[in-house]
Design a binder for this molecule. Structure first.
Ligand code: ARG
Length: 585
């Protein structure tokens, strides 16, 4: 595993050295290197430097050029305009660098210099409730961020903060006690759908009773007290709801092709033992104060619509602990026990005020210190074609499974239409990989904070910025590699490159730099953008440069080499987004 410096970074270092040789008094100066249309790169750093040293930028640039004779890296360098440098890289340097990438199973991408520990809170559905389209985002974005961080060498601890606690369990448990067979299943294994439909049935029935029968309501309320007191029978029944829900969650995550491990599911209930202490510490330190019996944290800049301060309530006046007390306790656990230096929360942007107040409270309490970063990746809303939050025609929230099934159906039709020699079984498998990929890609190619329209027609289109387009590009390359017979992908740095080969090669070389940026900013959409551009550049290359029918055997090998490296980069990038790349479509 050897990290490979990109051409841009090698060039940057060369120019920086030339700059300090030409102008020792300048100290370390940034050449401000950019990709350029006129040459490969443009360096603008001489302008600011000349200004600072009160010199002439063109003269300064000319001095730098003197220090940079053409050689194996630089083919051509010239002063242009008010004092830019235009630099063209040699074809040989491009191919050599790519060959080094190809020799490495990480494609030359370095590990982060100082990896830390990130605890990421994502994929957090609620017990006894359907998963809806919002849970698509928190799962898909979270899964991609986990993969991207792990690839960089970061230690990642996953936390699925499922909604498994609250007063609604009193009603559910009481109903189950009074109707003991409602969660029984006849023999055999229970499917996720069966589990959810019995939970739904039970939820509705108990809700109806709760709303219509005062005595049941009273019994349900007493059951909440039993649950909170840790009564064994009550807890055992609560556990049945959690287990039943997990069967359902796993079936949905499985369809979504997102791996969830049991040990990482630490729901709200997992922090119950800490809640009282969290409140005590906040009250003793004065971070929280009693207001009308409730324990509250106030903020100067958070006010309600009436202009009055709107506090974070950590404990209600009846003694009950809410969502905030749990999140504050989770921070203590994640920083204190799990040793996190970064806390990430992939949660709907509509909870941003909650997290702002929770983070601020934790800072005041000293649970989040200077060296600890807490970030909410607040995601936007999934919209229907009408631009309003996505709902069914009846105005209900859309079930995630229904969406996924529809995407798989659509994609299967596309795969079947194009399939040449695939069996029915293969068509079904690829259909799922293409359909789920399409949904994930549409989500991940939009920046996290933005809303986007859920449009299946667009998502499974073969053209445009879709995963289907990327998957077909990958599969097409695999097919070329299979058809190559005896010819192997081999780099030939001595060969001159066609413009489409250079453009493709320069972009391939940027993979590591793109990933570094994506990793630091938690922005998977920038990786999606990189991959889409890669596939587009490949399409142009493929149209302009015959591969198997190239002029000489060396050209064939070199183009196969470019094909192979493109495919490997696509596969690595897609896998970081959690999207499969079938070998054949
Ligand atoms: N269960 C919540 C929901 O479905 C998300 C939980 C977010 N995580 C947290 N630590 N509060 O909206």
């Amino acid at each position: 595993m050897a990290s490979v410096p990109s051409l841009a970074s090698s060039l940057d270092r060369r120019i920086a050295d030339a700059l300090s040789a030409a102008l020792p008094e300048a100290g370390a100066a940034d050449p401000l290197l950019r990709r350029s249309d006129r040459a490969d790169f443009q360096a603008n750093g001489m302008l600011a430097l000349a200004k600072k040293l009160k010199g002439n930028p063109r003269e300064l640039a000319a001095k730098v050029v003197e220090q940079l004779p053409a050689g194996e890296l630089i083919k051509d360098i010239e002063v242009s305009g008010p004092g830019f440098l235009n630099i063209t890289i040699t074809d040989e340097a491009i191919t050599r660098t790519l060959a080094e990438r190809a020799a490495d199973d990480r494609l030359g991408v370095p590990f982060a210099e100082q990896p830390g520990t990130t605890v990421i809170d994502y994929a957090q559905p609620n017990v006894a409730k359907e998963m809806h389209v919002g849970h698509l985002r928190n799962s898909v974005i979270g899964d991609a961020v986990v993969r991207i961080l792990e690839f960089s060498g970061e230690k990642v601890v996953r936390r699925h903060h499922i909604g498994d606690w609250g007063t609604q369990f009193g009603m559910l448990i009481q109903y189950l006690i009074e109707h003991p067979h409602e969660l029984d299943h006849k023999g055999g294994e229970v499917s996720g759908e069966e589990a959810m439909s019995s939970l739904n049935r039970l939820y509705k029935a108990s809700r109806t009773l709760f709303d219509s029968d005062e005595e049941f309501k009273a019994r349900a309320r007493r059951r909440v007290v039993d649950l909170q007191a840790g009564d064994e029978e009550t807890l055992a029944l609560w556990q049945r709801f959690v287990d039943e829900s997990k069967i359902y969650f796993y079936s949905v995550f499985d369809k979504l092709d997102v791996e969830i491990r049991d040990e990482d599911i630490v729901g709200e209930s997992g922090y119950n033992d800490m809640l009282a202490e969290t409140c005590r510490l906040l009250e003793e330190s004065g971070v929280a104060v009693r207001s009308n019996g409730a324990l509250c944290v106030f903020f100067d800049d958070v006010k309600g619509p009436d202009g009055k301060p709107s506090p974070l309530i950590v404990q209600k006046s009846d003694g009950g602990f809410g969502y905030a007390a749990t999140d504050l306790s989770a921070i203590r656990d994640r920083v204190g026990n799990l040793q996190a230096d970064t806390l990430l929360y992939v949660v709907d942007a509509r909870q941003s005020l909650h997290f702002k107040m929770v983070f601020e409270t934790a800072r005041r309490a000293g649970w989040l210190t200077e060296g600890t970063k807490a970030v909410q990746l607040g995601f936007g809303t999934v919209l229907g074609k009408d631009g309003k939050p996505f709902k069914t025609r009846e105005g209900e929230t859309v079930r995630l499974v229904d969406l996924l099934d529809e995407a798989i159906d659509r994609a299967t039709a596309v795969v079947r239409e194009k399939a040449q020699d695939l069996t029915e079984e293969q068509i079904a498998e690829r259909g799922a990989q293409v359909g789920i990929g399409a949904v994930k890609y549409a989500d991940l190619s939009t920046s996290v904070s933005r809303d986007y329209k859920f449009d299946l027609d667009q998502m499974v289109s073969l053209n445009g910025d879709t995963s289907v387009y990327l998957q077909y590009a990958f599969a097409r390359i695999q097919s070329i590699l299979r058809k190559a017979g005896g010819a192997r992908p081999v780099a030939h740095p001595e060969l001159a490159l066609a413009p489409a080969e250079r453009a493709l090669g320069m972009h391939l070389d940027q993979f590591g730099e793109n990933l570094a940026e994506v990793t630091a900013s938690y922005e998977p959409h920038k990786l999606a953008g990189y991959l889409y551009q890669l596939a587009s550049l490949y399409t142009t290359f493929y149209a302009e440069c015959p591969v198997l029918k190239a002029d000489t055997p060396q050209h064939v090998e070199n183009r196969l080499f470019l094909c192979d490296l493109t495919a490997r980069t696509l596969r690595q990038g897609m896998s970081l987004l959690g999207i499969r790349t079938p070998e054949q479509l």
